[in-house]
Design a binder for this molecule. Structure first.
Ligand SMILES: Nc1nc2c(ncn2[C@@H]2O[C@H](COP(=O)(O)OP(=O)(O)OP(=O)(O)O)[C@@H](O)[C@H]2O)c(=O)[nH]1
Ligand SMILES: [Mg+2]
Length: 754
């Protein structure tokens, strides 16, 4: 495959030497000879290392950045000194100049991290309400993207600035713009978007780890916590959703808290990190306390939340436990300005924008800026004058009144050079920094799919953007702003573009966004990224830890589904008092494709599946999934008829309704019988006319509603010889080869070879 795009963030500079100094717990020795093309650095450094290995690598990076070498005990919470020398802070060399790490008073940068749905965005609503008097009722304000609102999940991280004055007479401490600045970052909880978490953590000095008190720590809790601990960030814990029916029982038994303590210990938290404070509360109901007895009383309805149990409890904990931002102090009079871009975007009127934390120096509206590329190299000649310096309050971008931003601030700068990408360092022409700021490496992609133009029989009938060059252009644009995605040219079809990502949801969301923009595209089956072990010369593939919580009646169904064709191994089974069973598996990532949706219907929606990358292991052999399903495939072009579909509905589950367009090779359903061959049928067949009156009989033709799958469900469901066709109006599954005769011959040929 030919490398098309610059690889994201982690440049070659942060690979082998970093890995060596990180002392990682690599499962297999790492060799750049086995690099995955297009990811040289990242893949060689990361894909062969385990979960703990990545954490160690990040730690090493943070030490080199000298922002992770945190000495918490010296942190001052005072707002009245401009900056304060940190005891024991080390000097580090950046090119010719040395710098010391000091702390900027009056600011706290904190990320809210958690497993998916544990209540991060709801908590940010309540923090915003508590620190601002002009906000009304909020409903997950930070989930402002169209797809975020629709699906109720956070897809991209967002920063909001708040001002908090702990001594204000108002119990909430809200008093306009006076007080300490708290920049809170709402992060996504879903593992597919965890690449975002990596970048974001490099902007903050502490994390607020939210854990659903009833569920306890989950797979993604473990992942985000390990990243934060390795970066040397100081944690505080909020046990959220204490209002939930079984939360109090779990807290009384001490289970949730001891699980959490074990997790901190297992992830190698240092003494200071182990000393985390714990708060109890309900983000939804807006109360918080550090007193367990009070939490029980409120949760059991024996006490009303009051002024003492508001969000100021958490805000005070942030002031007391999150260190002030670590910033660089150079021995020169003028401090060089540096900001590493964590996100970039485009403003229609003002041009390129970048958001990040200022690491050293300051910037004003009249400064000229230039960009140092993330992977080393000279600054590009282009210099620009700024269009503005902004901060986000909630989701509104507001100009910074002071007109000047300082080290430690998280700001959005507008009007930066057009070529600026995520991970690049912005500096000023008058006070330049010598070298780009190093940014932590990202976790590697786990799967790839090919995107191309729609070449099916219905192409061009439903979308407005239909050419492969436009599809490719759009994918490039996406990788410019989203470093967790990257692209390559396909080595089998020059018209197609390979997209590398972290999971089916991430790719599904991308396809969904593109169809809303008017694109028609085709997506090939997902390929899990494998590599060769340099020692054994055997193929390695990613394995994941999977936790399934399910009604105990269905635990057998889950076990047989994941341990059969999907090659999972059951590691632990715990029955809870509430009739639920928690099953812990280790399974190849391949085996998890489509597992969630399959198990949702098999367990009547009672199963909750969570998974997270564990490590690369020897290839587990072919899965038996494709041969287990027989598809109902159209052999005709036209509109599906009620008559034909009513007959077909008796033979399986249909994906289409009468009146929908079909074409030869389009998959219109799944046969109820599992057999080796697909069923070719004619869904356009009409009832033959006769002289007999049959109206009454026709009216009786009924069929169950079709099973509709969105793009990410189809990614998990599709067979290797299929393609997903995505248009603004439809999402269809089709055979890659439309001609039934050619398909049959290919299949026969394959069988004879076996
Ligand atoms: N019972 C209860 N539900 C809550 C609480 N906090 C949040 N929720 C609910 O939990 C669901 C998820 O809340 P979010 O705030 O979107 O969770 P999140 O962690 O931001 O989710 P992702 O960003 O997608 O990972 C919503 O239905 C909330 O109403 C709480 O304290 N108690
Ligand atoms: Mg959220």
């Amino acid at each position: 495959m030919q490398l098309l795009r610059r690889r994201p963030l982690a440049a070659s500079r942060i690979t082998d030497s970093w890995l060596a100094s990180a002392g990682t717990t690599a499962s297999y020795p790492v060799s750049s000879a086995n690099d995955f093309v297009g990811y040289q650095g990242i893949r060689s450094a990361q894909s062969a290392i385990s979960f703990q290995g990545i954490a160690a690598l990040v730690h090493s990076c943070s030490e080199q950045l000298n922002v992770g070498a945190r000495n918490f005990s010296s942190t001052s919470a005072s707002a009245d000194s401009d900056s304060e020398q940190e005891n024991g802070s080390s000097s580090s060399s950046s090119s010719s100049s040395t710098f010391t790490t000091v702390r900027r008073a009056g600011v706290r940068n904190v990320a809210i991290i958690a497993h998916v749905d544990h209540g991060k965005t709801t908590l940010v609503d309540k923090l915003l309400r508590a620190t601002s008097s002009d906000l009304g009722e909020l409903n997950r304000l930070m989930d402002s993207g169209e797809l975020e609102m629709e699906r109720g999940i956070t897809i991209t991280s967002k920063v909001t600035r708040m001002h908090y004055n702990p001594s204000a007479s108002n119990s909430n401490g809200s008093n306009g713009d006076a007080g300490i600045i708290i920049n809170a970052v709402d992060t996504p909880g879903h593992s597919d978007f965890a690449g975002e978490v990596d970048r974001i953590l490099s902007m903050v000095d502490g994390v607020c780890l939210l854990v659903d008190a009833a569920e306890g720590p989950m797979t993604q809790t473990k992942y985000v916590l390990s990243r934060s601990l390795a970066l040397g960030l100081r944690p505080l814990v909020v046990l959220n959703k204490v209002d939930r029916p079984n939360a109090v029982a779990k807290l009384e038994s001490g289970e949730t808290e001891s699980d959490l303590l074990d997790l901190f210990d297992a992830l190698g938290a240092c003494d200071d990190q182990m000393d985390y404070p714990t708060l109890y509360g309900s983000a939804r109901d807006g109360w918080m306390t550090d007193n367990l007895e009070t939490a029980y009383k409120i949760a059991n309805g024996k006490m009303e939340p009051n002024d003492e149990t508001g969000m100021q409890v958490l805000l005070n904990a942030i002031l007391n436990h999150v260190p002030e931002p670590a910033i660089r102090q150079y021995p020169t009079d003028e401090q060089p300005f540096a900001l590493a871009a964590v996100t970039v975007g485009r403003d229609t009127y003002m041009g390129r924008t970048c958001t990040g934390r200022i690491v050293s120096g300051s910037i004003g509206l009249n400064d000229k800026v230039k960009v140092l590329p993330r992977d080393g190299g000279e600054a590009r000649a282009e210099e620009t004058t700024l269009g503005g310096i902004f901060v986000n309050r909630g989701i509104s971008r507001t100009p910074l009144e002071e007109g000047r931003a300082f080290a430690g601030d998280i700001v959005t700068i507008v009007g930066v050079p057009d070529h600026m990408a995520v991970g690049d360092t912005l500096t000023t022409v008058d006070a330049p920094i010598d070298e780009a700021i190093l940014t932590p490496p990202l976790a590697p992609p786990t799967l790839s799919m090919e995107f191309g133009a729609n070449t099916g029989p219905l192409s061009g009938t439903e979308g407005t953007i239909v050419t492969s060059s436009k599809v490719r252009e759009r994918l490039y644009q996406e990788t410019d702003n989203n470093v967790t995605l990257s692209t390559e040219l396909s080595d089998t079809d020059s018209e197609k573009t390979v997209v590398l990502a972290r999971g089916e949801l991430q790719l599904g969301i991308l396809a969904e966004q593109m169809r809303r923009e008017g694109f028609e595209l085709m997506i090939s089956p997902p390929r899990i990224l494998t590599k060769m072990c340099p020692v054994t010369n055997k193929k390695l593939e990613p394995f994941e830890e999977v936790i399934v919580d399910v009604d105990s009646d269905y635990s057998g169904t889950v076990v047989s589904s994941l341990t059969g064709n999907r090659k999972g191994i059951l590691m632990e089974m715990t029955e809870n008092s509430d009739g639920k069973t928690r099953l812990l598996f280790e399974a190849p990532s391949r085996g998890l494709l489509g597992f969630s949706s399959e198990i949702a219907s098999a367990t009547k929606g009672t199963a909750v599946v969570n998974h997270c990358f564990l490590e690369d292991r020897p290839y587990a052999g072919p899965l038996g999934l494709d041969s287990a399903r027989s598809k109902i495939v159209s052999s005709a072009q036209g509109k599906a008829t009620t008559f034909a579909l009513a007959n077909l509905a008796q033979r399986g589950t249909l994906f289409i309704e009468p009146g929908e367009s079909v074409y030869p090779g389009m998959v219109i359903g799944e046969s109820a019988k599992s057999r080796d061959v697909d069923m070719d049928v004619n869904p356009t067949k009409a009832k033959e006319l006769s002289n007999m009156r049959t109206q009454a009989k026709d009216e009786k033709l009924t069929m169950p509603p079709p099973k509709r799958m969105n793009v990410e469900e189809l990614i998990g469901y599709m067979a290797q010889d299929e393609i997903i066709e995505v248009t603004p109006l439809s999402v269809r599954l089709r055979k890659a080869e439309l001609d039934p005769k050619v398909r049959a011959r290919t299949k026969k040929g394959k069988k004879e070879k076996i």
